[in-house]
Ligand binder design. Structure first.
Ligand SMILES: [Zn+2]
Length: 271
């Protein structure tokens, strides 16, 4: 089996997890900027975090032969402070030329607040000005449908953004069609206790087919499983998906989306 982990918060994982992922067939990992488990109080905290994502973490992954890429932003959970968000967005262009940065993410909404909306619009503008791919976080539980609609409308209202260069993550049964119908890609986040279980993800794939969808484990500091993708691949096989069709979803699809950024390369290609 081979797969891409397109959304993993590796800063919260041990090196044992890297070893397990590579052993299971992981060929690349992508890490969106997100909340660190606590609110950072200054722009300097974000500067250090972006250095960690673009310098330290790729080196840690390289010890296991695993290419590591990142996405940069101030995440919705910390974007209530619009002034801080402006400062953080101001330092991001200085990182965009780094060879392992794929785009702007994971931006989006958490509580669907007015300030979060303002910061989302600032990020979309940043991505448009620098021709970056976009990775979007959608809120969880009861706010998901409303938040997804708000996010999709912000993206559509900026005519510089091409829909196929945007991936909307954490889709579920009630949001996946909205996302695909707008021409975007959708991501299913596999969590043991919330978000999308492996069985639900395969249900969604059975209904929607495997095109323009990927799966990720998020593997953050919450209850999450770094091997969620290969385990879900086993569930797909059990439910009758061929090895080729599984490979398309867990390996070829993420490569198709991510390769829209020319910096995304697998180990063999970059060697
Ligand atoms: Zn995330």
């Amino acid at each position: 089996m081979r797969y891409i982990e397109p959304h993993g918060h590796m800063v919260s994982r041990t090196t044992d997890d890297y070893q397990d992922m590579v052993t299971a067939g992981c060929a690349a990992v992508c890490e969106p900027a997100f909340w660190a488990g606590f609110d950072r109080s200054t722009v300097h905290g974000f500067h250090d975090y972006f250095c960690q994502l673009t310098d330290f973490e790729p080196k840690r992954a390289a010890r296991y032969g695993l290419p590591h890429f990142s996405w940069l932003c101030i995440n919705p959970k910390e974007s209530e402070d619009v002034k801080l968000a402006e400062e953080v967005i101001g330092i991001i262009p200085g990182f965009l030329q780094r060879s392992n940065v794929l785009g702007i993410g994971e931006i989006g909404l958490n509580k669907n607040s007015r300030n979060e909306m303002k910061v989302l619009e600032m990020h979309v503008d940043l991505a448009a000005r620098h021709e970056q791919l976009i990775l979007v976080h959608t809120p969880h539980l009861e706010d998901k449908l409303k938040g997804t609609r708000l996010i999709l409308d912000v993206i559509r209202s900026d005519s510089r953004i091409q829909p196929e260069r945007v991936l909307i993550d954490h889709v579920e049964e009630h949001t996946v069609r909205l996302v695909l119908d707008r021409g975007h890609w959708g991501g299913m986040t596999l969590y043991p206790v919330s978000k999308c279980s492996p069985a639900r993800a395969v249900d969604i794939l059975d209904v929607c087919g495997g095109d323009r969808l990927w799966m990720n484990s998020a593997c953050d500091w919450g209850e999450s499983v770094p091997l969620a993708i290969p385990r879900t691949a086993l569930e797909m096989r059990r439910r009758g998906w061929t090895a080729e069709a599984v490979d398309r979803v867990i390996y070829q699809n993420p490569i198709r989306f991510l390769s829209q950024c020319p910096k995304f390369k697998l180990a063999a290609e970059s060697a």
